[in-house]
Design a protein around this ligand. Structure first.
Ligand code: ZN
Length: 145
């Protein structure tokens, strides 16, 4: 989560909403890292999670990321939760909850829907305060400008 927070900070410095993600391999080694890049890439799907999952899959040379863990500073949205399910990650670890758009327990629970045949384990609230603080600070400075 510390690495994901560093990615979030780097994204914030680029003017992106500060969200960072890391994919860990089955041994817990870092496979990939990414920060939100929606503005710079002019890509509505360039969320940190999607970018990190893509990089991890490219590195492994396969779309299946079984045994892997997706770590992200903010509760994933519907797209990212869906991407994590499609990538078959074993575990999703997130920091701050997103009451307005979270799809891993808050607004929806895309990853634990019993109708799915793959349901990643979820660990929430890891360094939640710190993860939320990064976002709060970002939006506070934006309002001042
Ligand atoms: Zn997302």
């Amino acid at each position: 989560m510390r690495l994901a927070l560093a990615e979030a900070a780097a994204a914030g410095a680029r003017g992106e909403i500060p969200v960072g993600a890391v994919v860990l391999d089955p041994l817990g080694e870092v496979l990939s890292m990414a920060g939100n890049d929606r503005e710079s890439a002019a890509d509505p799907t360039a969320h940190a999670e999607v970018l990190a999952l893509r990089r991890a899959a490219a590195l492994r040379g396969q779309w299946r990321l079984g045994g892997c863990t997706l770590v992200v500073t903010l509760e994933p949205c519907t797209m990212c939760a869906g991407a994590a399910v499609l990538a078959r990650v074993d575990r999703i670890v997130y920091g701050a909850t997103d009451e307005k758009g979270g799809a891993v327990g808050s607004l929806w629970d895309v990853v634990r829907d019993r109708r799915l045949n793959h349901r990643p384990e979820v660990v929430m609230g890891v360094l939640a305060e710190e993860c939320g603080e990064v976002l709060k600070r970002f939006f506070a400075t934006r309002r001042i400008r």
